[in-house]
Design a protein around this ligand. Structure first.
Ligand code: NAP
Ligand code: ZN
Length: 348
C-alpha cells in the first residue's frame, strides 16, 4: 500500500478537506499515475452533497484525471513510465458481457466500477482524482496525445467524452443544426466539439452574459432561454439538442425547437424528475434520449480527435484550498468553463 495525499468530503454536504488515502500495490495489469491535474465536474458536487443515491463517505471525488505514468505492473503492455495518460469515470468492468465486448463498458451488466464513490469487485472502495496518485487497471487508462496540455486535457476525460459520444451517435456534422443548452463544463465542450465536427451550433443559455465567449468558441448563434420569445424564434430549427443542464428543464418547450425527426439528448443529471407531454414527441417523430459518458475506446477516439482539431477545455486552474469556493461558483453557474485542480497543491 502507498499512502497518498488527497482532498475528501467526510459527510453529505460537507466541505472538502485534506486527508490521506491508501492506493493498492500494483497488480500485473495496473498502472500507477502521478496526477498533475484533476477537473471539477458538476457530478462531483451532486455526489459530495449526497444528491444521487448510494453516496458513501469519506469521498475523494474526481473523474477527470490527467498525469504521467510513474510505475507499471509486470504484464502491462500499452504504457511506459513517463507516458502522458488520463482516467475518466470508470476504473473497472466485467470485460465479458455483451456491452463490455462492444466497447461500452459504462453499461456493463455486472456494473462498471466508477472512479470514486464505488465498491470495486474486490470489495475495496474507490477514491478519485483529487489526490496525488492513483492506481488503475491498464484497460481503463487512455493516452493523452502530445500537443494537448495535461491541464486542458483533464476535463476531456468526462466533459469531453460525455458530449462527444452523443454528438457522434446522433450524426452531428456538416449541414446539421445543433443547440447546446447550458454553457458550463459540459456545454462549452459540446460547443467546441460540435463545431469541430462541422455542425452549425447555437448556445441556449439562461442569459446573454456569456454570449461573447460562446461565439468565440465557435457558436453561430446565442440565445437567452430566460427570454420567452427565444422559443418562438427558434421553433422547429434543430436536428439535435444537447441538454447539459444540472437542473430540471421544461422539456416540452425544448422539444418544440426540434425539426421533424430531431433528437433532444439529455446528459445533465438533476436529481429531480422531469416530465413531458406525449404530443411533444408525436407531432414530428421526435426523440427524447439520454447518454452516459462513453466507452474507453471511444474516449481514446475523442482524445485523438481533440488533439487533431486543437480542442481543449477552457479552464481556470485552482489550488486545492480553493475547491470549496469553486464548488460554490459552479453551483451558481459562475464557471468559465471548467475548474481544474493543480494537484501539486494537495498537501498532507
Ligand atoms: P456545470 O458546469 O454546472 O454546467 C451546467 C450549466 O447549466 C450551467 O453553467 C448553466 O449554464 C446551466 N444551468 C444551471 N442551472 C440552470 C437552471 N436552473 N436552468 C437552466 N440552466 C441552468 O455542470 P457540468 O459539469 O457541465 O455538468 C452538467 C450536468 O451533467 C450535471 O448534472 C452533471 O452531473 C451531468 N453529467 C452527466 C454525465 C453523463 O454521463 N450523462 C457526465 C458528466 C456530467 P448557463 O449559465 O449557460 O445557462
Ligand atoms: Zn463528470
Amino acid at each position: 500500500m502507498a499512502v497518498t495525499n488527497a482532498y475528501a468530503v467526510s459527510h453529505a454536504g460537507g466541505r472538502l478537506a485534506p486527508t490521506t488515502i491508501e492506493r493498492r500495490e500494483l497488480r500485473p495489469d495496473d498502472i500507477r499515475i502521478d496526477i498533475a491535474y484533476a477537473g471539477i465536474c458538476h457530478s462531483d458536487i451532486h455526489q459530495a452533497k449526497g444528491e444521487w443515491a448510494g453516496a458513501f463517505f469519506p469521498m475523494v471525488p474526481g473523474h477527470e484525471i490527467a498525469g504521467t505514468v510513474s510505475a507499471v505492473g509486470a504484464a502491462v503492455t500499452k504504457y511506459q513510465v513517463g507516458d502522458r495518460v488520463g482516467v475518466g469515470c470508470m476504473v473497472n468492468s466485467c470485460g465479458e458481457c455483451e456491452y463490455c465486448r462492444a466497447g461500452t463498458e459504462q453499461f456493463c451488466v455486472k456494473g462498471n466500477v466508477q472512479t470514486y464513490n464505488a465498491v470495486d469487485y474486490d470489495g475495496t472502495h474507490t477514491y478519485g482524482g483529487y489526490s496525488q496518485q492513483v492506481v488503475v487497471k491498464e484497460a481503463f487508462v487512455c493516452r493523452i496525445p502530445d500537443g494537448i496540455g495535461l491541464d486542458v486535457a483533464a476535463p476531456l476525460l468526462c466533459a469531453g467524452i460525455t458530449t462527444y459520444s452523443p454528438l457522434h451517435h446522433w450524426g452531428v456534422g456538416p449541414g446539421k443544426k445543433v443547440a447546446v443548452v447550458g454553457l458550463g463544463g459540459l456545454g462549452h465542450m459540446g460547443v467546441k466539439i460540435a463545431v469541430a465536427l462541422g455542425a452549425e451550433v447555437t448556445v441556449l443559455s439562461q442569459s446573454l452574459k456569456k454570449q461573447e465567449d460562446g461565439l468565440r468558441l465557435g457558436a453561430k448563434d446565442y440565445y437567452a432561454t430566460g427570454d420567452e420569445s427565444t422559443f418562438e424564434t427558434l421553433a422547429g430549427r434543430f436536428d439535435v439538442i444537447l441538454n447539459t443542464v444540472a437542473a430540471p428543464l421544461p422539456i416540452d418547450s425544448y422539444l418544440s425547437l426540434l425539426r421533424v425527426g430531431g433528437a433532444m439528448v439529455n446528459v445533465g443529471a438533476p436529481p429531480e424528475a422531469m416530465s413531458y407531454n406525449a404530443f411533444s414527441l408525436l407531432g414530428g417523430n421526435k426523440v427524447l434520449a439520454g447518454s452516459m459518458i462513453g466507452g474507453i475506446a471511444e474516449t481514446q477516439q475523442m482524445l485523438d480527435f481533440c488533439a487533431e482539431h486543437g480542442v481543449g477545455a477552457e479552464i481556470e486552474v485552482i489550488g486545492a484550498d480553493e475547491i470549496n469556493a469553486a464548488y460554490d461558483r459552479v453551483e451558481n453557474s459562475d464557471v468559465r468553463y471548467r475548474f481544474v485542480i493543480d494537484v501539486s497543491t494537495i498537501a498532507a
